[in-house]
Design a protein around this ligand. Structure first.
Ligand code: AKG
Ligand code: FE2
Length: 334
């Protein structure tokens, strides 16, 4: 298997067509991408263009509101990633224990909606994972965001099935570990830069993501990935494509056979910085909080030891918040 140094574009149509051969072909390509660079761009993913356009337009409308209005749906607490976070309030590289100025972005986040009133969702073990969402007073906003969250949940289940095939596991292996997931959807808005950034300040500092996988829809270039040759390479902008990357939990699950890659969003070129605005829709997929992440049987060679102790998805996520808040006390989250 070759080590890819750039991000491949993978057509999901043969997987969704449903033949064993088509599924295996897609799974092999995805496995290669996840081993080499941890990123891929998917096409024919089935997410309606109309839904993407609607969420994008409503998000722009939200970020255009005055700061005081946006503050009315402000993030409630450090451990509850809901609502609005203003420019400079978060720094992704904080989670790597590296001091850097805050990221030049603002965001709006939601978690699962229409949460059942049962012990898993409402009991003490649920912690902040099913914190209610708050909504700005924009017509159609809630409906569009909830639809997008659902569409991303379904697509993530398909991707996890492809991952299972790529890892020589039964296709539904992950199904019961993600059927009550604690994922998060957030829209990021990177405003024009009318003043020069501080030294080291980026639109999003270098970081890896936390959960199983992330699905990103950027409307402009700027996203870069650190490849195995030690170079920052641009993620290709593909019309109608979605960027997928695997995150820390998946790396842990595979005993480091798959890589959760450092990535960042660079500042726009100086000539266009004062007018360039960038927006991305980002879905962070995170398994059920009680799903145990322990080295997959197919990822251990005979005689090899697992590199990580088993941990639950919920504890893994919470440990990231603790790391961030003890470091500099900044509201930081990926
Ligand atoms: O805006 C982007 O393109 C990516 C953002 C990102 O990597 C993140 O929020 O974790
Ligand atoms: Fe990220």
């Amino acid at each position: 298997m070759t080590t890819l140094l750039s991000v491949p574009i993978i057509d999901l149509a043969p997987y969704f067509a449903g033949t064993a051969e088509g599924k295996a072909g897609v799974a092999t390509k995805v496995d290669e991408a996840c081993r080499s660079i941890g990123f891929l761009v998917i096409t024919n993913h089935g997410i309606p263009a109309e839904l993407i356009a609607r969420v994008s337009q409503l998000s722009r409308q939200f970020f255009d509101m005055p700061l005081a209005e946006k503050r009315k749906v402000d993030r409630p607490r450090e451990d509850a990633v809901r609502g609005y976070s203003a420019v400079g309030e978060e720094g992704l590289s904080y989670s790597l224990e590296e001091a850097a100025p805050g990221d030049l972005k603002e965001s709006f986040s939601i978690g699962p909606s229409h949460v059942p009133d049962d012990d898993y969702h409402r009991g003490p073990a649920a912690g902040p994972h099913f914190e209610p969402n708050s909504w700005p007073p924009i017509d159609g906003f809630r409906e569009a965001y909830e639809s997008y969250f659902e569409a991303m949940s379904d697509l993530s289940r398909s991707l996890m099935r492809i991952f299972a095939l790529g890892l020589a596991l039964p296709e539904p292996f992950f199904d019961d570990k993600i059927d009550r997931h604690i994922s998060m959807f957030r829209v990021l808005s990177y405003p024009p830069q009318r003043e020069a950034p501080l030294p080291g300040q980026l639109r999003a500092g270098a970081h890896s993501d936390y959960g199983s996988l992330t699905i990103v829809l950027p409307d402009d270039k700027g996203l870069q990935v650190f490849n195995k040759a030690g170079q920052w390479v641009d993620v290709p902008q593909v019309q109608g494509g979605l960027v997928v990357n695997i995150a820390d939990l998946m790396m842990q699950w595979t005993n480091d056979q798959w890589v959760s890659t450092l990535h960042r969003v660079v500042n726009p070129p100086f000539e266009v910085a004062s007018t360039n605005r960038r927006q991305s829709l980002v879905f962070f997929h995170q398994p059920n909080y009680d799903a145990m992440v322990e080295c997959l049987p197919s990822c251990l060679a005979p005689g090899e030891q697992p590199k990580y102790a088993p941990i639950s998805s919920g504890d893994h996520l919470t440990s990231k918040f603790v790391k961030q808040t003890t470091f500099g006390g900044t509201k930081a989250v990926a």
